[in-house]
Design a protein around this ligand. Structure first.
Ligand code: FAD
Length: 482
């Protein structure tokens, strides 16, 4: 499926001509004629709402925003961009928004693509590109099956899974992108393509690329994901005063080394701001905490958590049975748009020196301004890739460190950046140098792929999007090691 040279030449000529075009209102009027969904443009009364991503720190100023109505709108929008030499990006929520999206990019909101089809026999769910994780979990509640959901109900299934997907259940069932069964997308020339393990030739390469490579290869309109057994989920959070972080960290390091793959444990250092949006009893308080999700019964879950119970001064026990539809209650992350600065690194170990340095950087009395510091235990099935798996590949590092800063006022930006730097230096000896794409934030280092896989991704991009019309938040071209 290669674009013919005539198409390429014509598009290159229009890129040059259109980007200098003084009157964008004409091209935007043409866009309105071509799509059925609502088109928002600069100057509209709702422009600031339409262009705003979930992470409100990112001040993006796209060319226009289209609320696509259906797959036909996606094709029409991509063809419009090809004809006029603009770029297109899908951004259903803006959870993963990055800086730098400018006035040559058309932003597509896929919220109208809401179909969910659960096939309990085949153990798959097919979702439209606007379906959020919470909606699929709600549809699965009571089926005894789950998809590879993460901590929040708010990201879309498609957006979270295209660049990996670190799920509560990933230790048992692997990285989310390897659970993709089939994908329907509109490629960079506006062509509809259906991809699966049965695909051949360029489609087979494209199917490999979209399973971990992100949104650079096509605008996905529908995705089918494998479902996995989750007959019963038990979990929640235990919280201690932040001063208990050193002991808790040691228990976490020991327990995670022996945990079964059905148990996921994440350690947190929380400093909740004294703001009205933060509910009591968390408001204005600091905690060290473990959050768990266990695929099994309460009794066994309790037994596995016993080592944590010896840490003195337990302040809150929020564990219990977890209906799938309430999975996001475990980590209780905000769902409303929030300003966030993120930093993340995979850690190869948690040794004594690293734990001491970590506590000095973000523990009680450290002066850290970060409301959330999280260490996710990975391992288990994250370390394995199935035969014929996608581009993401295994995650062999046992822990992911994630730091979140909330720059409520601009003066906090350098303070948060300094804390990221300090904490990064503190754990440097244990850090692998790799950053998960879903947790990269502005500091993503695209050291993820081997040179061979990167070349394969670039080839797949060249075939599906020869004019470079599609642009994801993690562009394939930017993935060369720094
Ligand atoms: C509170 C919170 C909790 C999170 N928890 C987890 C977690 O537990 N595990 C985890 O793995 N990640 C987690 N994430 C990260 C999240 O999964 C990623 O940011 C993900 O990319 C969000 O997808 P989205 O579609 O909602 O976001 P968007 O910002 O709208 O999209 C992100 C990118 O995905 C691509 N994309 C989205 N839809 C399409 C489409 N239809 N076609 C082509 N490309 C598309 C685009 O490149 C887009 O730039 C979390 C993020 C937040 C803010």
């Amino acid at each position: 499926m290669n674009a013919d040279n005539t198409t390429l030449d014509r598009a290159e000529a229009t890129v040059a001509a259109t980007l200098d075009h003084p009157d964008r209102s004409q091209v935007l009027a043409d866009l309105r004629r071509r799509v059925a969904g609502t088109v928002h443009t600069p100057g509209d009364p709702d422009w600031d709402v339409a262009r705003m991503p979930w992470n409100v720190v990112v001040d993006q100023q796209p060319l226009a925003v289209v609320d696509v109505r259906d797959e036909g709108d996606v094709r029409a929008a991509v063809r419009w961009a090809v004809d006029l030499g603009f770029q297109v990006t899908a951004q259903p929520t803006g959870h993963g928004a990055v800086h730098g999206l400018g006035g040559d990019v058309l932003l597509l909101r896929t919220g109208a693509l809401q179909d969910i089809v659960v096939d309990e026999q085949r153990r798959t769910a097919t979702v439209g590109a606007g379906v959020k994780a919470g909606a699929l979990l709600a549809a699965l509640d009571g089926t005894g099956l789950t998809f590879l959901a993460g901590s929040s109900s708010d990201p879309t299934v498609v957006g979270m899974t295209l660049t990996g997907g670190i799920s509560w259940f990933g230790r048992a069932y692997g990285i989310g992108s390897d659970s993709i069964v089939s994908v329907e997308l509109v490629d960079g020339l506006g062509r509809h393509r259906t991809l699966s393990a049965a695909s051949h030739g360029p489609d087979a390469d494209l199917f490999w690329a979209v399973r971990g490579g992100g949104g650079d290869f096509g605008v996905v309109t529908r995705m089918e994901v494998a479902l996995h057994p989750a007959p019963h989920v038990w979990g929640g959070r235990l919280l201690w005063p932040l001063e208990r972080l050193p002991e808790l960290l040691r228990v976490f390091a020991r327990s995670t080394a022996e945990a079964p793959e059905t148990l996921s444990t994440w350690l947190h250092a929380y400093q909740f701001p004294p703001l009205p949006e933060v509910p009591e009893p968390f408001r204005g308080r600091s905690f060290a905490s473990v959050a768990v999700a266990f695929l099994g019964e309460a009794e066994e879950g309790e037994r596995l958590l016993a080592p944590y119970r010896v840490v003195p001064d337990l302040a809150m026990d929020l564990t219990g049975d977890v209906p799938l539809a309430e999975l996001d209650g475990i980590a209780a992350e905000p769902t409303d748009p929030t300003p966030g600065m993120e930093w993340s690194q995979l850690l190869s170990r948690l040794d004594e020196d690293t734990m001491d340095a970590f506590v000095r950087a973000v523990g009680a009395g450290s002066g850290s301004p970060l409301p959330v510091v999280q260490v996710r235990h990975l391992g288990g099935a994250f370390t394995r890739t199935p035969d014929g798996g996608g581009a993401h590949g295994p995650v062999r590092e046992p822990y992911n460190l994630f730091l979140l800063g909330i720059p409520a006022v601009p003066e906090l930006v350098p303070v948060i950046e300094a804390c990221f730097e300090r904490t990064g230096a503190a754990v440097a000896d244990a850090a692998s140098g790799r950053t998960l794409l879903n947790f990269g934030g502005a500091h993503a280092r695209s050291t993820w792929w081997s040179d061979a896989d990167r070349e394969r991704l670039v080839r797949a991009k060249g075939e599906s999007d020869p004019l470079g019309t599609l642009r994801s938040n993690r562009p394939v071209e930017a993935t060369t090691a720094p």
